[in-house]
Structure formats: structure tokens, C-alpha cells
Design a protein around this ligand. Structure first.
Ligand SMILES: Nc1nc2c(ncn2[C@@H]2O[C@H](COP(=O)(O)OP(=O)(O)OP(=O)(O)O)[C@@H](O)[C@H]2O)c(=O)[nH]1
Ligand SMILES: [Mg+2]
Length: 382
């Protein structure tokens, strides 16, 4: 088994050789064949240092890109050049310890497709960031985990160190924006089994950080692109858009009927029925657009049952929060709305619009993510 270590570097003259020495020490004491590919976009003397390194040890190579920049595309370039069976990606600045490689390989050999060293499983440490960077990093992780179902199963989806089997990425088209290549692979790669192992992230010792505000905006753009490109992740947001349209329909009908002198209770009931029908039609067509098990009528009845259940559940929730737990009325109302949305979405997803089995061309997403992450072993199936 051959390992290809891929290292993106940008003006890391202080670090690339120090990293090479640590990689040599670790990899030479293992039984694996290996190559190390630096993908370098530097404007300083890093390429000269990499050339010297290549001449002294042919297992170390580099690609110097003069026309492009970006961490994620650099890693993809590394994948294109790599000849190994397992690809290991790590930063050039020694924040990711090369000494993790044997443990990562052990986990790959145990049958995992992707191995992610994590700062946040028991035993891991996040010592390398200032408090302000920790807050930014926590926010970035939370956004990823909220937006992308697959990221929810990983505690550290935004790091830069990971290992994948060649087959996870081979022949697939990736189109990342910015830095987070690991997230791109987690969502779009052929990843079935993922393991996380603890590691200690240390502070950058030499050289300058390349993280910028612009990079953080690129990150949000990347997440939005991944959500839109993922059937299962985008569905929830489609459901929310349809719900928003339902509020508009309801208000328009209600106001029109009241202005036409109908009493307000009748107007409200009619407006609610009309908006429920429009929500059903749009969800049926747009949100859950795949072929479904039940007939239109059966789906409509189920949808109505779920909607009425949602109203009862959220009203009960608001009552309990306000009267029993003495929560502020506005906060109680918001929690009620969120409870109602989650209830409606999950029941409609799993029951009302249940998918016809084995429809050709569809990824069977329902069979994915059934097992929950099991952090004590740090290993789980997506
Ligand atoms: N090839 C390439 N590598 C890059 C680019 N930008 C950053 N890198 C490398 O990506 C890795 C991560 O960048 P860092 O500046 O260390 O980012 P960070 O770890 O979030 O920030 P610090 O904690 O301050 O180090 C480093 O190895 C950089 O040299 C780029 O545009 N091209
Ligand atoms: Mg760094």
C-alpha cells in the first residue's frame, strides 16, 4: 500500500523543509511506500527550497502553480498527480502533526473510507487558535453542521487534515470554492464509512497565516453551493421557501375575505385551508419532486394530518413553555414555530412523501445516515 501525502503551501519557506524532516522520520519508520507532493502557489523562495528537497530525496515532489491560487484546488491538483492508494492531506505549517499518519493508516486499513483527525472528540485538543479565531471556527463548524447533513456526523468537518482511499475521489468532479476541500469530499465523495481520531492542533510556529475575511465569505459561498447541489440538504430549504409562500397566500386570502365583509373566523379558516392546499401542491411538485409511493389523495390526507398535528403540537409547546416553565411569550412563540417546522418537515419527509424504493438514478439517501456517530470509538457509517 502506497501513501500519497498532499501538502498545499503558500509562502511557507520557513516550514516546508521542517515538515519534510518530520514526514521522513515518521514514514521511514513505517512499512508503507510513500510520496509527498507539495502543491505550491508561493511568491517567495518556497519553490527553490522544494526543488532542493526534490533533488535530495526523489520521494518528495512539488507542483508550482503560477496562474492559480486556493487551498482546495491545490489539493485537487495533488490528487491528480498522486500515484498512491491512500491520499493524506495536511497543512504545510506543522499545525497538523505528521506523527498522526500511522494511526490514520491503521483506521483506513480497518475499512474506513475517510479518516478525520478531530480536535473535538475525547482526547483531542484545540490549542492552536486564539479565542477570537476559536469563535470564528466554532461558527463556521456550526454553519456547516446545520446546513449539511453529512457534516453533522463529524465533529471537526472544517479542519484541513484527513485521509481518504483513492476510490473516494477517483474520477469524480469536485468544484470547491476556497479552502474546505474536506467538506467538499465529505459531501460529494464516495464516502460510506468515516472515522474520527483525536489529535492536538497546535499554534503556527513560523510564517504568516493566510486566513482572511475574504476567505470566510468564500466559505459561506461554498456551503451554499454544496447545499444547492445536494438533494437531501436542499430539500429542507425548499420546504421553508414553500412555507414562506404559504404565509403570503394565507394573508392575502384572509385580508381579501375580511374586506369582502366575511367574519374573521370564517375568513381565517378559509385562508388556512387555501394555504394548506397551496403548500401541498408546491411541496408535492417542488420539495419532494421524486416519485412517491402513495396516490395524490393519500398524500394530501397525510399532509393535512401532519399539518393539524403540527398546529396541536406547537400550540401545546407554547402553552407548556409559557404557563409551566414561565418562558417569555415571544420566545415561547418562536420555539413553538421551530417545533412545528421540524415536526412538519420530518413527518412529511419520512411519511407523507415516502419515496418509491430503488428508483433508478437516485441515491438512496434514506439508507444513509441511519447510524448515529459513535464517538467513543470515533467511528461511524454515514
Ligand atoms: N497551494 C496553496 N496553499 C495555500 C493557499 N492558501 C493557504 N495555503 C496553505 O494552506 C494551509 C493553511 O493555511 P494557514 O495560513 O495555515 O491557515 P490557518 O491554519 O487557518 O491559519 P493559522 O492558524 O494562522 O496558521 C497552509 O499550509 C498554507 O500554506 C493557497 O492559495 N494555495
Ligand atoms: Mg495554519
Amino acid at each position: 500500500m502506497k501513501i500519497s501525502v498532499i501538502v498545499p503551501s503558500y509562502n511557507e519557506g520557513n516550514n516546508v523543509i521542517r515538515l519534510a524532516h518530520r514526514l521522513q522520520a515518521v514514514l521511514e519508520s513505517s512499512t508503507y511506500l510513500f510520496e509527498v507532493i507539495y502543491v505550491d502557489d508561493s511568491t517567495d523562495n518556497t519553490p527553490e527550497l522544494l526543488e532542493e528537497l526534490r533533488l535530495s530525496d526523489s520521494r518528495f515532489t512539488y507542483v508550482h502553480r503560477t496562474n492559480s491560487r486556493g487551498l482546495a484546488t491545490a489539493v485537487l491538483e495533488g490528487f491528480r498527480q498522486a500515484t498512491g492508494d491512500v491520499f493524506i492531506v495536511m497543512d504545510a505549517d506543522l499545525q497538523h502533526p505528521p506523527e498522526m499518519i500511522p494511526e490514520m493508516m491503521k483506521s483506513i486499513l480497518q475499512g474506513n473510507d475517510m479518516v478525520i483527525p478531530s480536535r473535538f472528540v475525547p482526547g483531542g485538543k484545540d490549542g492552536g487558535l486564539s479565542w477570537s479565531r476559536k469563535i470564528v471556527s466554532w461558527t463556521a463548524r456550526s454553519i456547516a453542521r446545520l446546513a449539511l447533513k453529512r457534516a453533522r456526523h463529524v465533529t471537526d468537518p472544517t479542519g484541513g487534515i484527513f485521509a481518504v482511499r483513492r476510490g473516494v475521489v477517483d474520477g469524480l468532479h469536485f468544484d470547491p470554492i476556497g479552502w474546505k476541500i474536506m467538506l467538499e469530499i465529505l459531501v460529494r465523495g464516495r464516502v460510506d464509512k468515516v472515522a474520527e481520531i483525536p489529535y492536538t492542533f497546535v499554534a503556527r510556529d513560523l510564517g504568516d497565516s493566510k486566513m482572511s475575511l475574504q476567505e470566510q465569505f468564500r466559505y459561506l459561498h461554498h456551503i451554499a453551493k454544496l447545499v444547492i447541489g445536494s438533494e437531501e440538504d436542499f430539500r429542507f430549504w425548499k420546504f421553508c421557501i414553500v412555507g414562506g409562500s404559504g404565509v403570503l397566500v394565507n394573508t392575502t386570502v384572509y385580508v381579501s375575505l375580511v374586506q369582502a365583509s366575511l367574519n374573521i373566523v370564517t375568513a381565517f379558516v378559509v385562508a388556512s385551508i387555501v394555504s394548506m392546499i397551496s403548500n401541498f401542491v408546491l411541496n408535492n411538485r417542488f420539495t419532494w419532486s421524486y416519485s412517491k409511493v402513495d396516490s395524490h389523495w393519500a398524500r394530501f390526507i397525510k399532509f393535512s394530518v401532519v399539518s393539524v398535528g403540527g398546529i396541536l403540537l406547537s400550540s401545546g409547546l407554547v402553552y407548556a413553555l409559557y404557563h409551566w416553565l414561565l418562558v417569555n411569550y415571544l420566545l415561547s412563540g418562536w420555539i413553538g414555530i421551530i417545533g412545528g417546522i421540524l415536526w412538519n418537515y420530518s413527518l412529511n419527509d419520512s411519511w407523507t412523501f415516502s419515496r418509491k424504493a430503488n428508483v433508478e438514478g437516485f441515491l438512496d439517501v434514506d439508507s444513509l445516515n441511519k447510524e448515529q456517530p459513535h464517538h467513543s470509538s470515533g467511528k461511524f457509517k454515514l
